[in-house]
Write a protein that binds this ligand. Structure first.
Ligand code: ZN
Length: 132
């Protein structure tokens, strides 16, 4: 049986950067904040969790996906972005369930549990004033 869409509690987009592309990541982050109701996570220059490059997280509600994800397709530039749903299966969410915008990077699957509570949408911390 296919999984029901209701299993998706929220989404993340992880925006990856390195020393060469950090300025572009800063610009993309400000563009996102000006246009979308999301939760911009802090900068992780040091590798965390399953991620293989420095990144920040953009957490967003299911209803934001149809605007934000196509916008990221047009505007990610040289940055790699991992978009994944948050269900009760963190490992699958970051691998089998995920999509990459830009060049795919690796994910350290061994750092993710197979099951966990789904992450509900976080309180947004942006106040968009521009149309996407
Ligand atoms: Zn995530």
């Amino acid at each position: 049986m296919p999984q029901d869409l209701k299993t998706i509690a929220s989404f993340h987009a992880h925006v990856y950067y390195d020393q060469e592309t950090r300025t572009e990541a800063e610009l993309l982050r400000s563009w996102i904040g000006e246009r979308f109701t999301v939760t911009l996570g802090r900068w992780h220059d040091v590798l965390v969790g399953p991620h293989e490059r420095s990144m920040y997280q953009v957490a967003f509600a299911v209803e934001v996906f149809p605007k934000l994800v196509p916008w990221l397709m047009l505007n990610h530039g040289r940055l790699s972005v991992l978009v994944h749903p948050n269900t009760t299966e963190p490992l699958a969410d970051h691998t089998a369930h995920a999509l990459w915008i830009g060049a795919p990077l690796g994910i350290r699957g061994e750092r993710l549990p197979e099951t966990a509570e789904a992450e509900l949408p976080l309180a947004p911390n942006t106040t968009p004033s521009l149309p996407a």
